[in-house]
Design a protein around this ligand. Structure first.
Ligand SMILES: [Fe+2]
Length: 309
């Protein structure tokens, strides 16, 4: 855009001053990033002939998005959280890493310090009418050997699509546990089948999605962090395979390798053997962790997390 307003000496000088590039202090990398952001904003305003009213509408939107605490919801909706995953995948590939359980987005609904249990746990501490789900699996190293003492930190929504802590109708840490793998690297838990959920229908995220002609639904899923000394932290989710939104997730988190088979059990003998009165479901999902190495990008993502009181 050689003849653009943004490229005139006057605006270029303005942008240099905006980013502090004419000043000795501050953070050089941040200056370059801010310069780029401000320049791109000017170019967008110019290219799309954004009117002042449109611009201030956008400012108001961002303000209200923050006030509603929905920034962490819009970010995956715009695909940015998935792009960060793809960036990390690419860096690992270039560093020679292959295989392993795929990562996918964390989302905004993790809270720290869920109860820690050894080998197995029951997640559904609140009474709720739902399909009983048993999940089990093994954490393994790249050679297929079990990793004992790994921490499988699991969290998921209830049958209404709500997460404890964020949903005040649930008790603290309902459907959230940390499970330490046993001597064979195994973990198992009993819970209820989560349902999918959508963005708050009258919220700011949904407002933008609607304007884009998009829905704000997520397929049912279960979140995991898997950590063990000497291994790279894995952030991932598994999907409930029969969800209609399985491949139409507004947050773009569904990935090949993260869709285990959901097995439904209706045989009365099996039901009785589990101590149940109704059919139940099972999922088996194994995790393969990468070994940590000095040449790899940092796998632990530092971000604000809530903590239940
Ligand atoms: Fe989720």
């Amino acid at each position: 855009m050689a003849d653009s307003l943004t490229n005139t000496p006057e605006v270029q000088k303005l942008l240099t001053r905006v980013a502090g590039l004419d000043q000795p202090g501050g953070d050089e990398r941040l200056k370059r990033v801010v310069h780029r952001v401000a320049t791109d904003l000017c170019q967008i305003v110019e290219e799309f002939d954004v009117t002042p009213t449109e611009f201030w509408t956008a400012v108001s939107y961002v303000t209200r998005l923050g006030q509603a605490n929905e920034v962490g919801l819009l970010v995956p909706g715009l695909g940015i959280e998935t792009f960060l995953d793809l960036m990390m995948d690419e860096k690992e590939r270039r560093a020679g890493l292959q295989g392993g359980t795929p990562r996918t987005i964390e989302g905004p609904l993790y809270i720290t310090d869920a109860p820690l249990e050894k080998g197995e746990a029951r997640l559904d501490q609140d009474p709720e009418q739902g399909e009983v789900l048993f999940v089990d699996g093994q954490v393994r190293d790249p050679d297929g050997k079990p990793v004992s003492g790994a921490i499988v930190d699991v969290w998921h929504a209830n049958t209404k699509g709500g997460y404890s802590f964020f949903d005040p109708s649930q008790s603290p840490y309902n459907l959230r546990r940390r499970i330490e793998t046993d001597a064979e690297g195994r973990y198992r838990f009993r819970s209820i089948l989560p349902s999918g959920y959508g963005c708050p229908p009258n919220g700011m995220t949904q407002q933008l999605l609607t304007a884009l002609g998009r829905h704000g639904n997520r397929p049912a899923h279960i979140h995991f962090f898997v950590e063990a000394p000497g291994f790279r932290k894995l952030t991932t989710q598994i999907n409930i395979s029969d969800d209609p939104y399985l491949h139409d997730d507004f947050a773009f988190a569904t990935r090949e390798g993260l869709i285990p088979e959901l097995v439904r059990h209706t045989d009365p003998a099996e039901i009785k053997a589990r101590g149940l009165n109704e059919p139940f479901a099972t999922i088996t999902f194994d995790f393969e962790l990468h070994r940590e190495a000095a040449n790899l990008p940092e796998a632990v993502v530092v971000r604000d997390h809530a903590k239940a009181a």
